[in-house]
Design a protein around this ligand. Structure first.
Ligand SMILES: Cc1cc2nc3c(=O)[nH]c(=O)nc-3n(C[C@H](O)[C@H](O)[C@H](O)COP(=O)(O)OP(=O)(O)OC[C@H]3O[C@@H](n4cnc5c(N)ncnc54)[C@H](O)[C@@H]3O)c2cc1C
Length: 479
């Protein structure tokens, strides 16, 4: 008489394929890092998906998943099929953490888009696993017995956490309350890594160990911070400039690099730190004005060097003179040297991004700063005082959008053309001449377009760059 083993041959069939997928995902990770390092001196883009179009990543992952499921066709079994989805979603956590681990081989920010898509894939695979089993138990008439088995309840708890995370990670929710999204994201990750170790049959101990190690490294980055003392805080309209003394041995970074800031407070170890572009003023280039590259520093100026942040004070995060914890620097890859005419379009606090670029290139006498045309669009004319603070050149084109002379009904192309023709208005505070309304971007030229600001501005710039087939770099101040 033949006696079947309890789970038959199918029970362990997924274990091997879990490790195969882990291996493939690590190769994929190495490939992404290689691409980003290779692109170091090429055009910078925040999204690593930009270098290899999203569709290609989608095709790569479809092929990988189909290939790793094919072995099941040989002797198909529903249980093994559904379990494979669950195991694969757990395996991919390693890749997902590696993508955003800090410090990384490259700036983590280039891999954030990939991280988001792999996270979606994990939620998708995990949900098919859960829903599939729930339906199967109903069809088999064993729902209650199976559902209340404690290992299965753990799996259901994760499914619930996945569903909540899926909702709160939607863009509108992330925008409304980033902190809530961040907390749900992290709690779900910890629950997933921990509970699945008890839920999965056959066990996933080795995978759990790998994921826990990755998680510990990720948590350690929270403690890899330095105390930084603010030595100056100045407010201009909606913008505040927060200045720190530059720590010793702070490396010279490419423009557009950022640091991460949090108020010194125990609770901040549980909350997200805030990324801000910094303007690096070394002792030898404390005068940031591109038009005064040869100006020597006055004697009473700070000689230690400064890191300045330009912060939008309409955000919930309010800059103050209190001590901060700072982790840095997260280097950008921005390089303008191979372009003839650079169009730099910034909106609101994105002006800090423009200043960091101009400040960086003024250090190189061979670099012709006049090839950079800067356009700044901002809401509040009081913001303009920041230009005097940084002693910036008069060659900027400045647009103020909340002036009484400008209404949203004027946003059509024709009216914008009129606005460009408008005479310069000088505000009563006598800060800087500016134009009223929004710029007509098509009236500007360049072979590289850089944009940092709100999504609408970035979209408009992206469209222009596409129409003209010119290089486009953008920085969006959010994830
Ligand atoms: C690379 C980078 C550089 C940035 N540089 C600057 C800068 O120079 N000046 C400036 O004013 N702002 C900058 N920002 C945006 C700034 O970090 C956030 O606006 C700030 O953290 C908002 O905090 P809050 O508590 O006020 O958020 P909220 O008022 O709750 O949210 C405001 C917006 O910021 C986003 N956000 C909130 N917290 C974070 C976070 N920890 N990480 C990413 N996005 C977040 C939210 O999605 C939301 O859209 C930058 C963002 C990034 C990603």
């Amino acid at each position: 008489m033949l006696i079947d083993k309890r789970h038959g041959d199918h029970h362990f069939i997924n274990v091997k394929w879990g490790y195969i997928l882990l291996f493939i995902s690590l190769i994929y990770y190495a490939f992404l890092i290689y691409l980003n390092i290779r692109n170091f001196n090429r055009l910078y883009s925040k999204s690593s998906m930009k270098h290899v179009p999203l569709i290609i990543h989608g095709i790569i992952w479809s092929i990988i998943l189909i290939a790793t499921f094919i072995s099941l066709l040989h002797e198909f079994n529903w249980g093994a099929f559904l379990k494979r989805f669950g195991r694969f979603s757990y395996v991919l956590v390693t890749l997902d953490i590696l993508l955003v681990i800090r410090p990384n081989f490259i700036n983590y920010i280039y891999l954030i888009t990939t991280h988001k898509w792999i996270s979606r894939l994990i939620l998708f695979l995990g949900s098919i696993h859960s829903v599939g089993f729930l339906v199967r138990w109903v069809l088999q008439g064993v729902f209650l017995t199976k559902f209340f088995k404690w290992e299965n309840s753990l799996g259901f708890a994760i499914f619930l956490a996945f569903s909540i995370l899926a909702v709160f990670s939607l863009k509108p929710f992330r925008r409304i309350n980033y902190v809530l999204f961040y907390l749900i994201h992290n709690v779900t990750l910890i629950l997933f890594i921990g509970l699945i170790d008890f839920h999965a049959r056959p066990g996933v101990d080795y995978l759990t160990i790998i994921n826990v190690i990755c998680l510990i490294f990720q948590i350690m980055s929270k403690f890899n911070v330095n105390k930084a003392v603010v030595h100056d805080l100045k407010t201009f309209g909606d913008l505040t400039v927060l200045s720190f003394e530059m720590p010793e041995n702070f490396p010279l970074t490419l423009p557009g690099s950022h640091l991460r800031l949090s108020v010194m407070n125990w609770s901040n170890y549980f909350l997200p730190s805030h990324p801000f572009t910094f303007i690096q003023r070394s002792s030898s280039n404390n005068d940031v004005s591109p038009t005064s590259a040869n100006a020597s520093m006055s004697e009473n100026e700070d000689t230690k060097g400064t890191l300045d942040l330009v912060i939008n004070n309409r955000h919930r995060f309010k800059p103050s003179l209190s001590p901060y914890l700072v982790s840095y620097p997260y280097n950008s890859k921005l390089s303008l040297k191979s372009y003839d005419q650079v169009l730099l379009v910034v909106g609101g606090s994105g002006v800090g991004y423009a200043i960091s670029i101009l400040n960086y290139y003024r250090q190189f006498p061979e670099f012709d700063l006049t090839k950079i045309k800067t356009i700044w669009v901002t809401r509040n004319k009081k913001d303009l005082g920041i230009l005097d603070y940084f002693r910036l050149g008069d060659d900027w084109d400045i647009y103020v959008t909340n002036s009484p002379n400008y209404t949203t009904s004027q946003e059509g192309e024709e009216s914008r053309a009129d606005e460009v023709e408008m005479e310069l208005l000088t505000n009563e505070d006598n800060v800087r001449p500016f134009k009223d309304g929004r710029p007509l971007l098509t009236s500007y030229q360049g072979d590289l377009l850089i944009c940092c600001g709100p999504e609408t501005l970035i979209d408009e710039c992206g469209k222009l760059a596409k129409d003209r087939s010119i290089s486009f770099v953008h920085e969006f101040y959010g994830f």
